[in-house]
Design a protein around this ligand. Structure first.
Ligand SMILES: Cc1cc2nc3c(=O)[nH]c(=O)nc-3n(C[C@H](O)[C@H](O)[C@H](O)COP(=O)(O)O)c2cc1C
Length: 217
């Protein structure tokens, strides 16, 4: 198929609650994963940890962690977007990030040298907010997945309805306090049509300059 353009994918995406059992081909899944990790992240840290839950027993366990929501067992794959708030402290990963920036020509040595000082300083100052910052990156990656999936003829459903400790146990992160769960995203072929439930009029939640100045009013 010809992929949808971005605007059409945004307009057509719906949260699908029922999926066909049809599998996603390995090539298509690979394409989706590549488009997912094309997402931007703070300092290009790429501190998401994405688990593709596909095995039947894993899907069952994940569904149980998600209050039995059927999307997880029906969809051929659920992307679990975890976030590692300590990724910036991983010297092997950081060396790779710096080297890629240099090799691609995107970052001159001066930029890398600056980041080597700035990143630890910024992240240390964040304190417990490092979790929130890692989750932001993972959520942006998940948004890439949802829109890329739509463009490629697939459907998805963002999911917040789960118990974090249980999801962590399923993906093998029970003993890792640095790992947070951002969102779950089952992906597959829709087994139902779903209507757009609508959006609030723009002046309700879009403003200009200040919160007390509604947009378009
Ligand atoms: C962060 C987030 C969490 C959500 N969690 C769930 C969920 O656990 N289960 C579910 O069925 N839908 C979930 N939804 C889907 C929303 O209900 C849906 O996005 C909303 O009703 C708008 O519909 P649309 O996505 O089709 O535009 C979630 C959506 C978002 C963005």
């Amino acid at each position: 198929m010809t992929p949808l353009d971005t605007l059409t994918a945004i307009q057509q995406r719906r949260s699908i609650k029922s999926f066909k059992p049809d599998p996603i081909t390995p090539d298509l899944l690979h394409q989706l994963v590549e488009l997912t990790v094309a997402a931007p992240s703070s300092y290009n840290l790429q501190d998401w940890r994405i688990v593709l839950v596909q095995g039947e027993s894993q899907k069952q366990a994940l569904a149980e962690a998600a209050f039995g929501q059927p999307q997880v067992t029906q969809a051929p794959v659920t992307f679990v977007f975890a976030a590692d708030s300590s990724s910036w402290q991983d010297e092997v990963i950081m060396a790779q990030i710096y080297q890629q920036g240099l090799d691609s020509g995107a970052w001159p040595q001066q930029t890398v040298d600056y980041f080597k000082g700035a990143i630890p300083q910024f992240m240390t100052a964040l304190g417990p907010k490092t979790r929130e910052y890692a989750i932001k990156d993972a959520m942006i990656a998940a948004t890439h997945t949802a829109l890329a999936a739509q463009a490629l003829g697939l459907s998805s459903c963002f999911m917040n309805g789960w118990v974090e400790d249980k999801v962590k146990a399923v993906i093998g992160a029970a003993d890792q306090p640095n790992i947070a769960i951002a969102v779950l995203l089952p992906v597959g072929y829709a087994a139902e049509p779903r209507q757009n439930p609508g959006r609030l009029p723009l002046p309700v939640n879009v403003c200009v300059d200040r919160l007390d100045n509604p947009y378009g009013s």
